[in-house]
Design a binder for this molecule. Structure first.
Ligand SMILES: [Zn+2]
Length: 298
């Protein structure tokens, strides 16, 4: 069933777990996330990133995601990821999305507040949840292009771009958002160096805002890091790059082993590989609820 992000994350907060948000720029990735959630009977978030409009436009993929959510036996939020302006937010809401992210984190603080407030006003009138970002989430440069521009500037000191816990409280109070995307050491894309997360900062942010925290760049971390982050207040984990990589590697192996190649077979191979990767993520984020601290990268 289609539910709002607020509803999903309120339950996650009460149960001390996180819900995985999976970008779905192809039919295979959307089906993989949906089948994983159905098989595990776990809630899930299907996301469309604005920047993925270049792969498949929102007006093509959006209705499919909403339809999948409505027919699902598990709670599903359909979410716009990194929306850059009110017009695309309106478009997503018109299609039936139950959640939107407005990313004005590249603007000045006051501009960010003003932009987000405007989106919250519109979205809440339509019964739709809002996620916004404070601080800057950088990209490793390999994959992870779901944000537009901005991240090319080299930022040296974490203080330059990590989320300030005091400012976070002000931001949430003034904008009325339902969830906050915070920067505390994760990056978009494939990790080149070992991630080093600032859990103390995360704990302070969550304590100050009393709202669910969203982790972007959430694929490629160790199991231990996920568990710690969930214990510190992360309730939504954006997971994409490593699932997309798993799909690509499976296709490559299939091509290497198969004489007669047909494109439609690639989609089946990719869907299964993405589904298996997503299932591992959902098991850690949602079903184990942060209970298992066993090491292991997924
Ligand atoms: Zn992101």
């Amino acid at each position: 069933m289609l539910v709002t992000l607020r509803e999903l994350l309120t339950k996650a907060d009460a149960g001390n777990y996180a819900v995985g948000a999976f970008n779905s720029p192809t039919l295979e990735s959307a089906r993989a996330a949906m089948e994983a959630a159905e098989e595990l009977q776990a809630p899930v978030i299907l996301s469309h990133a604005e920047v993925h409009n270049e792969i498949v436009p929102l007006e093509v993929m959006g209705p499919i995601l909403v339809d999948f959510a409505k027919k699902a036996s598990v709670p599903v939020a359909v979410h716009l990821d990194h929306g850059s302006h009110l017009e695309i937010v309106k478009q997503a809401i018109e299609i039936g999305f139950s959640s939107v992210m407005i990313d004005a984190s590249q603007m000045s603080y006051e501009e960010n507040v003003r932009t987000v407030k405007e989106v919250v006003q519109y979205a809440h009138q339509h019964g739709v949840s809002v996620e916004a970002e404070l601080g800057v989430l950088t990209s490793s440069g390999i994959g992870g292009e779901e944000t537009k521009g901005g991240n090319a500037i080299p930022l040296n000191e974490p203080e330059d771009y990590y989320t300030d816990p005091v400012l976070a409280k002000d931001f949430v109070e003034r904008t009325g958002i339902d969830a906050l995307a915070a920067s505390f050491g994760t990056v978009h894309g494939i990790y080149i160096t070992e991630p080093n997360l600032d859990f103390e900062r995360l704990r302070s942010i969550y304590g100050n805002i009393q709202r669910p925290v969203v982790m972007h760049g959430g694929s490629g971390l160790s199991r231990e890091d996920y568990v710690k982050a969930i214990r510190c207040g992360v309730r939504k984990i954006n997971y994409y790059s490593y699932a997309a990589k798993a799909g690509a590697h499976a296709i490559k192996a299939y091509i290497d082993q198969t004489a007669n190649l047909f494109y439609h077979d690639f989609t089946v191979v990719a869907k299964e590989a993405i589904k298996n990767d997503v299932k591992k993520a959902v098991e850690i984020f949602t079903l184990q609820g942060g209970a298992n601290s066993e090491e292991g990268r997924i």
